[in-house]
Design a protein. Structure first.
Length: 112
């Protein structure tokens, strides 16, 4: 007989807010099984696994039918507010340089 799995399901409905549910599931359970058993779909009706929200296990994208291992943490991700590729494209069109650090860019002929 297979031992039950201990898994966590986490969802951050807003920045700085995290809801984590610990579960015991039968061996062979999937990501979708864990999300359903967590009760988070009822608590947060904005979660939809058929479109806007993606899921992952320990930060790696996972499909709803992916099997779980004992100790896994299932994560439900919020949809992106802006597509990063689109933001970079718009910045390039506007001529804005992306910079690292936070200070102004030095002139190209400045000594180092």
């Amino acid at each position: 007989m297979s031992r039950p799995l201990s898994v966590e399901v986490s969802y951050a409905p807003a920045p700085g807010v995290l809801k984590v549910v610990e579960l015991r599931l039968p061996a062979g359970s999937s990501v979708a099984d864990a999300v359903s058993a967590s009760g988070l779909l009822q608590l947060y009706p904005e979660i939809t696994l058929d479109g806007a929200n993606r899921t992952g296990v320990f930060g790696k994208l996972a499909k709803p039918d992916d099997p779980l291992d004992d100790g896994d943490r299932v994560e439900i991700y919020r949809p992106l507010l802006a597509d990063p590729k689109e933001v970079r494209r718009r910045r390039a069109e506007e001529g804005k340089a992306m910079k690292k650090g936070g200070g102004p860019k030095p002139p190209p002929d400045a000594e180092r």
